[in-house]
Unconditional design. Structure first.
Length: 126
């Protein structure tokens, strides 16, 4: 998955700025982008480019494991994208499929937050 947000020369209020974190696009706010290794929302610069690689495997009838790795660049100006520090995040997840939906846990780490996080999931995302 590759996602790019480039907001030109417009001045945006922070409430309309790019945010990263979590597992889904637009979970809490419309401009939120998923980022492995970050469990909460984090504001990023207005020019943001990221690529995520995901692998998932069914290991038995109802058991699944997932691995995600993501790399990103951010900058206040497009020409500074390659000069900024690369953001890296990793995540490992385990899910068990029940008749009520998936039950699972994810652990992740990112060099943006510099701390591990744990996310427990019960059922489907709405």
């Amino acid at each position: 998955m590759i996602f790019i947000e480039l907001n030109g020369k417009y001045i945006l209020r922070s409430s309309f700025g790019n945010t990263i974190g979590g597992n889904w696009f637009g979970h809490y706010v419309e401009q939120q982008m998923p980022f492995a290794g970050i469990g909460n929302m984090e504001y990023v610069d207005h020019h943001f480019v990221a690529a995520q690689l995901q692998a998932q495997q069914r290991i038995s009838d109802n058991n699944y494991v997932l691995f995600r790795v993501v790399g990103a660049q951010q900058a206040s100006k497009v020409k500074e994208l390659l000069d900024s520090r690369t953001l890296i995040g990793v995540q490992a997840s385990y899910y068990y499929n029940t008749m009520f939906g998936p039950v699972g846990a994810s652990i992740g780490y990112s060099n943006r937050t510099k701390k591990p996080y744990l996310f427990l999931n019960i059922g489907y995302e709405f």
